[in-house]
Design a protein around this ligand. Structure first.
Ligand code: GUN
Length: 305
């Protein structure tokens, strides 16, 4: 079987083109959606994500704020920032980048974000809407994956979907979104008994477990569509050769940069077995930020309609 490699960048561009059209429509009503992305601390990965989120929203013509606070910021101080954003009329969507430093009470912070500005869908009211299948704000990575599956023309009704990983950001919301589209969903994780056998049931396999190249040939049914959410670093040349082969350009990347990225799915094993697979990088990654833009527009519409 020939395996299609799905280019997440193209799908992200499609989402952003839709957002551009929606922004033009909103501008006729003098509405400009606004996104505030809040970061506490100086983790380089999180800094990069927050700046990319702010830059993308600005490029599309939205109001955008990236708020970077020092690592010593207290829960009280962060609550004050959220309170200001909750009240700011130009802000429709608030995103607090996770993980927060250990000394901050994450639950208290996520509860403080106004539900109608909670673009990540972490507030209990939004979680309820997700679980009960109502329209509302939900985590952007699973929403981006649903968009991708639709744009691939995959009819989910009656399919077996297996989600590996039970995080609040990806695994659990993913399972509900698939369920609402009438897939038969199995939500499993690293401690599931005979995980390969469970995964072999899948017509759609979503891997979001944070274990490099966990999903190997043994986990895949012929014709499965594989969605790889993992982003893991491979720093040793030996491991790189094992995963990518000794002639891969990735080996050069490890030697030059000190690492290359691998997903939760083995990079070569799905080829020839799966119907389609998202690569790492440039698969699911670009969809999250693109869908954040779409959700920001949705937050604006829901609040100001
Ligand atoms: N950290 C990693 N992914 C996410 C996300 O989707 N939202 C937030 N707020 N933090 C994250």
């Amino acid at each position: 079987m020939e395996t299609r490699i799905i280019d997440g960048r193209k799908v992200a561009e499609q989402i952003k083109a839709e957002v551009t059209e929606e922004l033009q429509e909103l501008s006729k009503k003098n509405l400009v959606p606004g996104l505030a992305a809040v970061l506490v601390g100086d983790d380089p990965g999180s800094q990069l994500y927050v700046r990319m989120k702010a830059r993308t929203s600005k490029e599309l013509g939205m109001h955008s704020e990236a708020i970077e606070l020092p690592g010593e910021t207290t829960t009280e101080e962060l609550l004050q920032v959220i309170d200001r954003l909750n009240q700011a009329d130009e802000i429709d969507a608030i995103l607090v980048q996770l993980p927060l430093p250990d000394h901050i009470d994450e639950d208290q912070i996520l509860l403080a974000v106004r539900p109608d500005k909670d673009v990540d869908g972490f507030h209990p009211l939004n979680v309820r809407n997700l679980v009960t299948g109502k329209v509302g704000l939900a985590p952007c990575t699973p929403l981006g994956i649903m968009y991708l599956l639709k744009s691939e023309g995959i009819e989910l009704k009656g399919l077996e979907a297996v989600v590996v990983g039970r995080s609040n950001i990806v695994g659990k919301p993913m399972a509900f979104l698939l369920l609402h589209q009438h897939a038969t969903v199995t939500l499993c994780h690293s401690r599931t008994r005979d995980l390969p056998a469970v995964c072999r049931r899948a017509d759609i396999l979503v891997a979001a477990v944070g274990q490099p190249a966990l999903i190997t040939r043994d986990y895949l049914k012929e014709g499965v569509v594989v969605i790889d959410v993992g982003i893991n670093r491979v720093e040793s040349v030996e491991e790189g050769v094992r995963l990518f082969g000794k002639n891969s350009k990735r080996i050069g990347r490890i030697e030059e940069r000190g690492y290359t990225l691998v997903g939760d799915v083995h990079p070569r094993d799905p080829l020839g077995v799966a119907k389609a697979v998202t690569p790492v990088p440039f698969g699911v990654g670009p969809l999250t930020i693109a869908h954040l833009m779409k959700s920001t527009v949705m937050a604006c519409r829901l609040r100001k309609r």
